[in-house]
Design a protein around this ligand. Sequence first.
Ligand SMILES: [Zn+2]
Length: 138
Amino acid sequence: MNDPLENLTANQKKVYAALLQGGTPVKAYDLLDLLKHSGVRAPMTVYRALSELEDRGLVIRVEGTKAYLAIDTLADGTDLIVLFICQRCSSARSHSSPKLRDLVHRIRDIAGDIDFALEPGRAEIYGTCAGCRAGSPS
Ligand SMILES: [Zn+2]
């Protein structure tokens, strides 16, 4: 398997690092704000970097909010990303854990039982985050 981080440009690395650091979805323009001080000033630069990172599976776009979330695929070791999305504040988290890896393997098993080939992708699970349940969005 190719290393998805191989040959990233400096700007792509900056965008990915900024997203990974936050751990929550960030909109492209907010990303631009975050990166201004590190020399990334043009919206097109951010969009191009996001597009390449998406192609490599390092970043996904959360449809409802048009925000981008970094995926730590190397830590996860799976090509099925599970996203937990808050219906109230639209925050989204991906989560890697042995439990989740087990779940993905089971889904793969079930798919195999019905002769169904899974594509790399994501499962979106909707609910309410802790912050919203406590009365303020996280
Ligand atoms: Zn919430």
